[in-house]
Design a protein around this ligand. Sequence first.
Ligand SMILES: C[S@@+](CC[C@H](N)C(=O)[O-])C[C@H]1O[C@@H](n2cnc3c(N)ncnc32)[C@H](O)[C@@H]1O
Length: 286
Amino acid sequence: MLVKELLAELTERFERAGLDEARADARALTAFGISKTPVFLRMNPDFEVEPDQLKTINSYAERRLKREPVSKITQTRGFWRLDFKVTQDVLDPRPDSETLIEEALKIFRDKVASLKILDLGTGSGCLAQALLCEYVNARAIGLDCSAEALAVAAENAASNGLKDRFTTVQADWNAPDWEKKLGQFDLVVANPPYIAETERTALAPEVIEFDPPQALFAGDDGLDAYRRIAPALPRLLKKGGAFITEFGKGQEEDVCRLICSVGLRFGSFGVDLGGIVRCLSVFCAQ
Ligand SMILES: C[S@@+](CC[C@H](N)C(=O)[O-])C[C@H]1O[C@@H](n2cnc3c(N)ncnc32)[C@H](O)[C@@H]1O
């Protein structure tokens, strides 16, 4: 079968199933199945797909039709300037979270500074490692309660050439004194779970069935993680250090109030490409 015929067939199947990005998904899965790039498909519409490749691509298509995200099928997601392995144990990194990296770049302008960075709820390691890629002399700790997620983050650090500057710590911010032994940091970033339990039924199958629950939910109002993290920040931040955190649509006032209530000075809000207020920065003045 020619690749253009396969693409047309898959796109139609995906469209019929109501997938928003039918053509892009068909292209990505086909490219993955023949170990080529999507650009190759564009340039070579008459490429002959072998029967065994066809079988593999069809199995990917079946998974996509069951609403598994393309990134979880290909186990890869691009974030900032790096590629990350993503498995069922980690949140699929979202482009919106790149807003945190942009905020950090506005605050810390010296790219060769020896920054100490802590990433709370590191998941795939995408935030910490994107920062390490920008700050060439920085070191980062990726903290998570999930050992499985930390294994993926460590694997990503190795494949991104950041193994020497990225370490993992398994800790649970619900435990007493969880921050005590971590030391102090120039920059703490977090993309904690922030979905309210009540919103569970409104989530797309791609999210609810394929992202780990501990990466999504944070109590009845979605703010529990901020309640746990905020009191630890004065101890975690060096004088003049910054905390940048992501939150969900419409949570900016509540998160700002919680974070500033521990004596930190508000910096600014960051807006994502969709125009949604997505993160805030605060500073440790004392
Ligand atoms: C929304 S995900 C963010 C993952 C990654 N930083 C990103 O931006 O794609 C939140 C992460 O926080 C971790 N987490 C949830 N509750 C935690 C807790 N009590 N202590 C430590 N980590 C926690 C989850 O395992 C998950 O990896």
